[in-house]
Write a protein that binds this ligand. Structure first.
Ligand SMILES: Cc1cc2nc3c(=O)[nH]c(=O)nc-3n(C[C@H](O)[C@H](O)[C@H](O)COP(=O)(O)O)c2cc1C
Length: 392
């Protein structure tokens, strides 16, 4: 189950490089978005065009002068996981000693994502004290290893040093990326609630749910245990538990039933609902002079009141300026309030971008430039994780 996960496959110069083409293919079949980087020596064993055809993107081989100014930092931050397969003794040695002299080793020294290394080499190389020392260093630095196995090697030899099979590597990646029981529990709300007037009509708002869904996706991509309570109908990663709701009452009930460490309340919950729900469709002939409204439950307030330890992030889509939002952050007693002025270009409800100001529980602000909702989601999670670490 790698649907939507971003896998960076680093291929180095060993005979087993041919197996990494199968690996790339298995990863794509499993739904992953796969990018490939090759060392110069890997290019002696397998052509970049093979990976381009399998993944739909041209592999990169050089730190300099290809498509990006800084490919190693871009790729290192883009991926959810890196697989080095096959991993040569040479690349293992470089990374263990902090040498970042090519695209693969430089990317491995930058990335904060988990790295799974699949060594492949002749038995003598594998058993060499230098190789074993480097492996121990990398293990203690947090790198993960799969294999090698014992079996047929290049040149008709047999012994320890054979690269693990592609299917085993895919399985290991699935395990690495699936949330474990100790992962942070993140509750996200999304979408605009709909408050029915009759069986056909409702009072709603223009929230698309894109922001909340982007947060849920990004949190799942990071291995958190995510529950999304949503009034929007949009796809999310399969590891997200989705609870679909329509009204503010349903959202309150769904949220109350979910334990969490962090609650990110990105939904636009209606403040009012029609006081009376008509059982039949209200007809034009009967007329309707006015609609009486009643307040809906305050879902955000209920979450804040629930547990002091719960880190709560509120969202405020306003039209009255940041000063009002600061007041709101302090009144609501949230840990963070994400404010956006919906009248600003690029910050509206239905778009793919947002310009937000973060307000903390002391009213301190941090204004972010216009960026995609995915980028807002990623930076917001960085900020939450940072705040939780400071809290201890
Ligand atoms: C035919 C041939 C096969 C090789 N197979 C391996 C191998 O399986 N594992 C390994 O660590 N090195 C192997 N090497 C040596 C590497 O290609 C060499 O150390 C190279 O510098 C590795 O560079 P890289 O780690 O940047 O890809 C092989 C070399 C040749 C000529």
């Amino acid at each position: 189950m790698l649907q939507g996960r971003r896998v960076l496959l680093a291929v180095t110069g060993g005979v087993a490089a041919y197996k990494s083409a199968f690996l790339a293919s298995r990863l794509v079949e499993a739904g992953a978005e796969v990018k490939v980087i090759l060392t110069e020596s890997a290019g002696e064993f397998i052509g970049g065009q093979t990976f381009a055809a399998i993944t739909g993107g041209q592999p990169l081989t050089s730190l300099f002068g290809e498509t990006s100014v800084s490919p190693h930092t871009e790729l290192a931050r883009w991926c959810d996981v890196v697989i080095v397969a096959p991993a040569t003794a040479s690349t293992i040695g470089k990374v263990a000693n902090g040498i970042s002299s090519d695209l693969v080793s430089a990317t491995l020294l930058v990335t904060q994502s988990p790295v799974l290394i699949a060594p492949a080499m002749h038995t003598e190389m594998w058993e060499h004290p230098a190789t074993q020392r480097n492996i121990k260093t990398l293990e203690s630095d947090g790198y993960l290893f799969i294999g090698p196995a014992s079996g047929p090697l290049a040149g008709g030899d047999f012994g320890m040093g054979r690269m693990s099979e592609p299917d085993e590597i895919v399985e290991a990646v699935e395990t690495i990326l699936s949330p474990d029981d100790s992962a942070l529990r993140i509750l996200v709300t999304a979408g605009g609630t709909r408050e029915p007037l009759d069986p056909v009509r409702y009072l709603g708002n223009r929230s698309s749910g894109k922001m909340g869904h982007a947060i849920a996706d990004e949190a799942a991509r990071r291995g958190f245990r995510v529950t999304l309570v949503t009034a929007a109908d949009m796809d999310v990663l399969p590891t997200v538990k989705v609870v679909s709701v329509e009204t503010a009452d349903e959202m309150l009930e769904a949220v109350s039933g979910e334990d969490a460490d962090v609650a990110i309340m990105a939904a636009a919950v209606a403040d009012f609902r029609p006081s009376k729900l008509s059982e039949g469709k209200i007809s034009r002939a009967d007329g309707l002079d006015s609609i009486e409204l009643s307040p809906t439950p305050d879902v955000l307030a209920s979450v804040v009141a629930r547990d002091e330890k719960l880190f709560v992030v509120g969202f405020a889509a306003e039209t009255e300026g940041v000063e009002r939002a600061i007041e709101k952050a302090l009144e609501k007693k949230v840990d963070l309030l994400v404010y956006n002025d919906v009248t600003e270009p690029g910050s509206g409800f239905e778009g793919d971008t947002n310009r937000v100001v973060l307000i903390d529980n002391e009213g301190q602000t941090d204004s972010w430039p216009l960026m995609s909702k995915k980028e807002v989601a990623s930076l917001l999670l960085d900020r939450i994780v940072g705040d939780l670490a400071t809290r201890g």
